[in-house]
Design a protein around this ligand. Structure first.
Ligand code: SF4
Length: 632
């Protein structure tokens, strides 16, 4: 009997209007574990690299892990993946909240969505009842209206809904999915893929219980973790102030992306920090399934220009940087209002902030003029312009149509040298961490299979001094210098990426797991053992992480990515102009060498292709023939 997982994947064909249940067996679960592993395996095994991302042949995958839904803080994430319309390559994006555990309680570990419905539909899953239902009445609704309507239709107040907003319906390549307006599968544009399938939402109600191999031990670890969270400084900070607490420190350290990555400090950062946040807009704390950290913030404000509704989600660090420092806007209510608009409309606030900052820099440099913007000025610091642009982008109107393509394609369309200000990696806009101040994270941005993505890479700054002790079990014994790039830093990234990747593989929240927060590797392994009954180890789990990364790499190679795509943005090859990091940059002549060193450490050849030996080591023999051209 399976413990921790249900052994069932729901496979839905929207073209045919049918579904079936697949039961892949214990060996498959123990090889791919969950999230990143299940998504990568499905994408390479089905070999959809050549399909049109917005066509019916793309495959959209929702994946929990073998431990999702266990009553331990942070064991609640699920991943969504497909071929991305934004990057044209591997996509995977994670969200916390309650939706993933609810799917497990309904009896499924994941969902594969194929084909496309002829007209709008939603998927209704209530334990073993699975229906593709007419969603015409939902089409055009924002995410809040969709949630309310589905509660009404299903008669279930406790229904958990993963939905897209109008942005996903309009196939904006950085449209996201959300659940409960507080939790987002934000990056890589999975809202557009869902929209292309005419799938508005997946509503789930599960009343079952998961079986655990050693339920008392699971309970004991959950209690131990809750107690440790209460005493662990980074978790205490997150509980009290949420991620807005990061604003001040990141700015003081000089790596807060400001004015489209031109600077590393924002003069208005103090107005966006945790103090004013809690004085002016804070309403209450929110949490996710079984999490005692409760880092989520709800905001409320009765303001005629920038009203805030407690039901529409708070404003995390990334949103504060996206619509704040990146656009040089220090008006906190406006930034939070812009974030709530993104939540309602279903736009990834990270890409939105990057796109608006790009437009503002183009305007400041005369590349965009009022002729392009319906007579509107788009200067840095203009909060009204920021809010107007979000609405224009979501409606794909005027300049919003061009910007809705993302910075890479928007720059191609605008021409006139706009590409100098279009900052992306593999087509995806960057999250807000300046690689000049965290060079390991900079390498991660360059090498992430999803394009620049901050939740796939370790943050160097956490592993200075005694901080490195959290990585001792991975064999990293020497403290990290955040701003140095050398062979030791490449080693740190290569190994640290595997440690960090556990979170995406097992669906653990980065804010209460290892290696930065309260969980330890020892307790994590004990938890996986107690949940599944497997006599597993850190080694076996890390092999799963590497397997997922290698499969994602193979997928991207098939999609046509080359080593030239493993790079960072122009601005990081230029010296930081001021602040604590003044003068720092990546050396453009040495950078390629660091990437090639990573390839070597990873068992990849000079073209970034995993070698036959690496594929065999990871038990990916079934990929060997296709990737190396050699017979098995
Ligand atoms: S730490 Fe925050 S995001 Fe993570 S599970 Fe807890 S409440 Fe959710």
């Amino acid at each position: 009997m399976a413990h921790g997982y249900n052994g069932k994947i729901l496979d839905v064909d929207l073209t045919a209007g049918t579904h079936e249940i697949k039961q892949p067996g214990e060996r498959w679960y123990r090889t791919y574990f969950g999230g990143s592993g299940i998504i990568a395996e499905t994408l390479v095994a089905e070999d959809i690299s050549g399909v049109d991302p917005l066509g019916p042949d793309n495959v959209l995958i929702f994946a929990c892990s073998v431990v999702t839904g266990a009553p331990i803080s942070g064991f609640n994430r699920y991943s969504v993946g497909a071929k991305s319309a934004l990057t044209g390559g591997f996509a995977e994006t994670e969200a916390a909240g309650y939706w993933g555990p609810e799917l497990k309680f309904a009896g499924y570990d994941g969902i594969i969505i194929r084909g496309a419905a002829k007209k709008p539909v939603y998927l209704w899953i209530s334990d073993d009842q699975v229906e593709i239902r007419d969603g015409s009445d939902l089409w055009g609704l924002d995410n809040w209206q969709t949630l309310g309507k589905l509660q009404e239709i299903t008669g279930e107040k406790k229904v958990r809904v993963a939905s897209i907003g109008p942005a996903g319906e309009k196939l904006i390549p950085y449209a996201c999915l959300q659940n409960d307006l507080e939790h987002f599968n934000g990056r890589t544009g999975m809202g557009a893929i869902m929209g292309s399938k005419n799938l508005k939402a997946i509503a789930v109600r599960g009343t079952g219980k998961l079986s655990f191999a050693d339920p008392d031990k699971v309970k004991e670890i959950g209690k131990w973790h809750r107690e440790r969270i209460k005493e662990h400084p980074p978790n205490i900070g997150l509980s009290k102030f949420g991620t807005p607490a990061l604003m001040e420190g990141v700015n003081a350290s000089g790596f807060l992306p400001t004015r489209n990555f031109k600077e590393g400090q924002f003069e208005g950062a103090d107005k966006l920090s945790a103090g004013p946040y809690h004085e002016i807009i804070f309403h209450s704390r929110g949490t996710c399934w079984s999490c005692s950290v409760a880092c989520k913030r709800r905001v409320e404000l009765d303001d005629p220009d920038y009203p805030l509704d407690k039901n529409l989600g708070g404003c995390e660090y990334e949103a504060l940087a996206a619509l704040g420092s990146m656009c040089a806007i220090d008006n906190l209510p406006a930034v939070a209002h812009g974030t709530q608009l993104c939540n309602l409309l279903g736009l990834d606030v990270v890409s939105v902030g990057a796109v608006i900052a790009f437009a503002m820099e183009c305007f400041e440099n005369g590349i965009l003029t009022e002729e392009d913007t319906d007579g509107r000025s788009l200067r840095y610091g203009d909060a009204e312009a920021m809010v107007w642009l979000i609405k224009q982008i979501a409606a794909r109107e005027g300049i919003g149509e061009v910007l809705s393509l993302g910075v890479k394609k928007a720059a191609e369309k605008i021409g006139r040298g706009a590409e100098r200000y279009a900052f992306h990696i593999k087509g995806q806009e960057l999250a807000f961490h300046d690689g000049r101040g965290k060079t390991g994270m900079g390498l991660g941005f360059a090498l992430s299979p999803t394009g620049a993505d901050h939740v796939e890479t370790p943050h160097d700054v956490a592993f200075q001094g005694d901080g490195i002790s959290k990585l001792f079990p991975m064999g990293l014994l020497d403290p990290v210098d955040p701003v140095k790039t050398d062979a030791a830093k490449v080693r740190f990234f290569c190994i640290g990426q595997k440690a960090w990747g556990i979170n995406n593989l097992l669906g653990l929240c980065n804010f209460c797991s290892v290696p930065i927060h309260a969980l330890t590797f020892t307790k994590l392994v004990e938890a996986v053992q107690a949940i599944t009954g497997w006599e597993t180890s850190l080694y076996e789990i890390v092999l799963g992480v590497e397997r997922a990364n290698v499969m994602a790499r193979v997928f991207n190679n098939r999609c046509g990515f080359t080593p030239d795509d493993d790079t960072v943005i122009r601005r990081w090859f230029e010296k930081m102009p001021a602040g604590p990091l003044k003068g720092l940059r990546f050396d453009p002549d040495k950078f390629r060498g660091w990437i090639e060193l990573y390839y070597e450490m990873s068992g990849w050849d000079k073209d970034g292709r995993p070698t036959k030996g690496k594929l065999v080591e990871l038990g990916l023999d079934w990929l060997q023939e296709a990737e190396t051209g050699e017979a098995r």
